[in-house]
Design a protein around this ligand. Sequence first.
Ligand code: XIL
Length: 300
Amino acid sequence: ASTLGAAAAESGRYFGAAVAAGRLGDSQYTTILDREFNMVTPENEMKWDSTERSRNSFSFGSADQIVNHARSHNQRLRGHTLVWHSQLPGWVSSIGDANTLRSVMNNHINQLMGHWKGQIYAWDVVNEAFADGGSGQLRSSVFRDRLGTGFIEEAFRTARAADPAAKLCYNDYNIEDWNAAKTQSVYRLVQDFKTRGVPIDCVGLQAHFGSGGPPSTFQTTLSSFAALGVDVQLTELDIAQASSNAYTNTVRACMNVARCTGITTWGVRDSDSWRSGENPLLFDRSGNKKPAYNATLTAL
Ligand code: XIL
């Protein structure tokens, strides 16, 4: 195949990109997007600070622009993200009463999943809940601090009822190295959910890598999560300096794991990246394919 999406589709996988609504008017951007990618993740437009800036007042306009673009170009969608400590409006973080916060959280999930019901392949239900380092604890957030560690389970149960057709994912960064304590913490969470019948379908590994690319244990991590009975996806891939080798190693790890169902790069061109200074993507600032593009296409 001659495009990323078509190459991934040959093995039943997808190849996606994070998309910004503000760039949809850029024809160079949309030309690459619609030629190469068959999955779209809104980069910011579905986050809480974009969708519910004040309580129970929802704005879906910029996210809908992306959803409509994706639907009209046969691209699947990843919903990103429902419950996250970041890009969270101050009115949520300042809620002091647990019952109020619980109903606010569940309402947010119900409203977003209801608005796009049946249109989302997978939702990042909870994003980045674990603390960095080896504590094994959830990070401090209004959700953990007011609701306790059970907020994750509650969010997933609410999400399953809101759109039973969507795959429900836990998404995090620095969980690519099997030897990292944070990876083991997420593994135990998923294992516990599967054991107790809490709905979870997938784990998203963000895969924001340094110039060396993935850790040597990356494939072990993917296959270990998969063995719990969940799909895995690389949800926000970018690699400092975009070395071809690093991209090859990353893509191969996914291709070697049957339940690794797709890869998304976090942007299209280097100029679109949140790590723009590191030139971490597959297309340069002029929209040309970089060497890492060819490496990726070959590895798919
Ligand atoms: C980033 C976006 O790319 C930026 O535009 C925004 O300013 C901050 O968030 N983990 C995630 C993504 O789950 O939502 C983040 O996206 C990058 C880190």
